[in-house]
Ligand binder design. Structure first.
Ligand SMILES: Nc1ncnc2c1ncn2[C@@H]1O[C@H](COP(=O)(O)OP(=O)(O)OP(=O)(O)O)[C@@H](O)[C@H]1O
Ligand SMILES: [Mg+2]
Length: 226
């Protein structure tokens, strides 16, 4: 078991208003699962991803990540789990604009103190994995959207995370480029990685093995794809 959340709720307080973004969500994710989270805008997908990714803490409920009780952790402990165990991919790529592809991929290893020579060779390896060995010295503005997302995927891989979380990774890409990105996720899944992604598109979700559908902060359906 990688993830086990039980009766998670998340309430945002904005002024005097309370927003119930998650209302009692429970799910388990096993090693090497590949699943999509779907649902209408505002249904709680990103909130759930932020909780799963230890970027945010739930208001109530328990969260176990590989048997560690994450929901009881303080900010420092959460940051450590995040850096060590979780790879993130975002819709807007979140790359450093002035840094080369290679340097962007090195970043997570700079934060965890990997020596420079090892860092460079691991970053190169990750970029090769996503088919970008010939673009290592390009800056984000010198890459296509699909290539930028591949850099972000390479960056998410370098610390060898237990799980990869991707919030609408194809949201800013055209259909063809989106399919290319999904092929990379498919390969990573075949190699043993555990992947959770959020998408609005059924054809994207169909690449995965399981679809969890949220509505109004609750799981409406959770089923295997065929
Ligand atoms: N930081 C925040 N502060 C207050 N309310 C928030 C915050 N983040 C999200 N919300 C609210 O929580 C609800 C769920 O938001 P969330 O971002 O999880 O939705 P989503 O399913 O990811 O939507 P989308 O498909 O548009 O990305 C929404 O009603 C939103 O307005
Ligand atoms: Mg969202």
């Amino acid at each position: 078991m990688i993830i086990e959340i039980d009766d998670i709720s998340k309430v945002y307080e904005v002024g005097t208003q309370e927003v119930h973004a998650l209302r009692g969500v429970s799910m388990k994710v096993e090693d090497n699962e590949y699943l999509a989270i779907m649902g209408p805008s505002g249904s709680g997908k990103s909130t759930l991803m932020n909780v799963l990714g230890c970027l945010d803490t739930p208001s109530s409920g328990s969260y176990r990540f590989v048997n560690e009780l994450v929901s009881e952790m303080n900010d420092d402990q959460l940051a450590e789990i995040r850096n060590r165990e979780i790879g993130f991919v975002f819709q807007t790529f979140n790359l450093l604009p002035r840094a080369t592809a290679l340097h962007n991929v090195e970043l997570p290893m700079i934060y965890n103190g990997t020596p420079s020579t090892k860092r460079k060779s691991l970053a190169k390896e990750a970029l090769e994995k996503v088919g970008l060995s010939d673009r290592m010295d390009h800056r984000p503005s010198e890459l296509s959207g699909g290539q930028r997302q591949r850099v972000a995927i390479a960056r998410s891989l370098v610390n060898n995370p237990k799980i990869i979380l991707a919030d609408e990774p194809t949201g800013n890409l055209d259909t063809k480029t989106g399919e290319e990105i999904m092929e990379i996720f498919e390969e990573l899944h075949d190699q043993g990685n555990t992947i959770i992604l959020v998408t609005h598109e059924e054809y994207i979700a169909e690449h995965t093995n399981r679809i969890v559908r949220l509505r109004d902060g609750r799981i409406e359906r959770d089923e295997a794809t065929d």
